[in-house]
Structure formats: structure tokens, C-alpha cells
Write a protein that binds this ligand. Structure first.
Ligand code: ATP
Ligand code: MG
Length: 277
């Protein structure tokens, strides 16, 4: 099992945020997608990001991982400014791993090949050690017996668990998830969420973009609600899901929670009882 953080020999970094975003802006052509986002995630913290489609959640995650070039502001990972081009992809891959909705496994490589490619090629880990680690990670996500399978022989839930194991194989200090279960059939969602919940319990620092509101409520230390390229409101799961203060948050939850089987915030329910939905 890979170590999480802190790594032996490194100075105590308790006061340095794992992720710090300052005044981040990003446009695609004329479209302004992120409008001065600032946020910070502590080591060991699990932060969920919720919000309507098109609000900029994926773009935010991609900017943090340097998959998008940012237009303004700064991104720091463990105090290191990663948007100035001084960090190699190798440096970055030790800091943050990202999981996408669409798994993105290498189709021409076996499960084991998917897990060992980057540790061997990018980190220079000896193959035997990379394979040993890969098997341990597959055990952790409940897929040890699939080590020689090909991606197209796996279910969606299994593919996503392999993708999580592959990201962990780089031993990143932070994991970013972008709607890891939204491409899955409903009956496969649980197996992936339970792997992510296990990572949260192990102390992994995580940012999770999700539409699974009940999961976000259970697993998160903090929830950010995004709309129109800004963070509209943030707080504990209880604050956001049960006592949201900003009308935009309440409106979103009112539309979303019943669909996901959750409760509408009490005040909204009273409003609905008075005026109809
Ligand atoms: N590469 C791109 N080129 C042009 N526009 C883009 C690009 N990527 C995203 N956008 C636009 O930026 C806005 C925010 O997109 P983003 O994918 O970040 O939203 P999101 O909150 O993740 O939505 P969803 O919940 O549907 O995944 C959208 O209007 C989208 O069309
Ligand atoms: Mg998205």
C-alpha cells in the first residue's frame, strides 16, 4: 500500500495547504469560465465540489492539475507554485493524481500494464517493484484477480477502480476526482464510491467533483458549491446540505436532492408547502 502523507524525512507541513488556489481565472475564447476562484484544501481534508452543469467544476480541477493553462491567479500544491512552468510532469505527478469520468485506461495494455507504465517510465521504479505495488493496489480496490485482464474485459465499475489504482501507483499526495461515477450504471456506482470512501478514511487528501449528493454529505469534511465560475458558498456538509444560506445554493439543492433521494432543506420545503414546487 503506498504511503499517503507526510513522507518520512520531509519537514512537518501541517500549516501549508495541500491545495491553494488564489484568484484563478480562466476563459475559453470569449467565454469566461472561472472568475477569480480562491480556495484552499488542508492536508488530509476531503472537499467535495458540487454545482450545476457548466459551472466550471471540471475546468477548475483541470487547472489545478495543469491540464489547462490558466489566464490569471496562482495554483500552489504543498506551497509549490505549479503554474509557472518550473515543475516537470514528473514533479506534478507526485503531487496530484486525477480520475476522470471516462476512466481513460490504456486499451492496449493489461490491467497490470496500466498500473506499471507510468511508475516505470516516469518515476524510474524497477519493473518488479512496480508490479508488486500494482498487485497490492489491485488488492486494495478489490481487483487482484483481474491483473491480467484487458480493459475491454472489465465492467465500468471495475475499469474505474483500475483507474483509481493506476493513479495511486504514482503515489500522489492529492487525488482529484471529476465525477468518477457519472458514466456508470447505477448498480456499479456503489463499488467505486466505497473505494473512494476507503481512501478518505485512510487520510488521503482529496477533492471530489460529484453529483452524488448523499455520498458528498457522508464522506466530505467540507463542501463547495460552484455556480457561474465562482464559489457561491462553502461549509460543512451539514451547513451546505441542511442549512444553505445563499439562495442560489438552495435553488440548486432543491432541484437536485429529491432526485438523489435526499431531503430538501427545511426552509425550502416550507416554501414549497406554501406555494407548490
Ligand atoms: N476546451 C473547452 N473549450 C471551450 N469551452 C469549454 C472547454 N471546456 C469547457 N468549456 C466550457 O466551459 C464551461 C464550464 O465547463 P466545465 O466542463 O468546467 O463545467 P462543469 O461544471 O464541469 O459541468 P458538468 O457538471 O456538466 O461536468 C462550459 O460552458 C463549457 O462548455
Ligand atoms: Mg464536469
Amino acid at each position: 500500500m503506498p504511503e499517503t502523507q507526510p513522507r518520512a524525512g520531509e519537514p512537518a507541513e501541517r500549516d501549508i495547504p495541500a491545495i491553494e488556489v488564489r484568484n484563478l481565472s480562466k476563459s475559453f475564447g470569449q467565454l469566461s469560465v472561472l472568475n477569480g476562484i480562491s480556495l484552499s484544501v488542508r492536508e488530509g481534508e476531503v472537499v467535495s465540489v458540487i454545482g450545476p452543469s457548466g459551472s466550471g467544476k471540471s475546468t477548475l480541477a483541470r487547472c489545478i492539475c495543469r491540464l489547462e493553462k490558466i489566464d490569471g491567479g496562482d495554483v500552489f500544491l504543498y506551497g509549490q507554485k505549479v503554474n509557472d512552468g518550473d515543475h516537470s510532469n514528473k514533479d506534478l505527478s507526485r503531487l496530484v493524481g486525477m480520475i476522470f469520468q471516462q476512466f481513460n485506461l490504456f486499451p492496449h495494455l493489461s490491467v497490470l500494464g496500466n498500473l506499471t507504465l507510468s511508475p516505470v517510465k516516469i518515476l524510474g521504479v524497477p519493473r518488479s517493484q512496480a508490479e508488486e505495488q500494482a498487485v497490492a493496489l489491485l488488492r486494495r480496490v478489490g481487483l487482484e484477480e483481474k491483473r491480467n485482464a484487458w480493459p475491454n474485459e472489465l465492467s465500468g465499475g471495475q475499469r474505474q477502480r483500475v483507474a483509481i489504482a493506476r493513479a495511486l501507483a504514482m503515489n500522489p499526495r492529492i487525488m482529484l476526482f471529476d465525477e468518477p461515477t457519472s458514466a456508470l450504471d447505477p448498480e456499479l456506482v456503489g463499488e467505486v464510491l466505497s473505494v473512494i470512501a476507503g481512501l478518505a478514511e485512510s487520510g488521503m487528501t482529496m477533492m471530489i467533483i460529484t453529483h452524488e449528493m448523499l455520498f458528498a454529505r457522508d464522506v466530505s469534511d467540507r463542501v463547495l458549491f460552484m455556480a457561474d465560475g465562482t464559489i457561491v458558498e462553502q461549509g460543512t456538509p451539514d451547513q451546505i446540505f441542511s442549512h444553505p444560506e445563499v439562495p442560489r445554493t438552495r435553488q440548486f439543492l432543491q432541484r437536485t436532492l429529491p432526485h438523489y433521494g435526499g431531503d430538501v432543506p427545511t426552509d425550502e420545503r416550507k416554501e414549497n408547502e406554501r406555494h407548490g414546487p
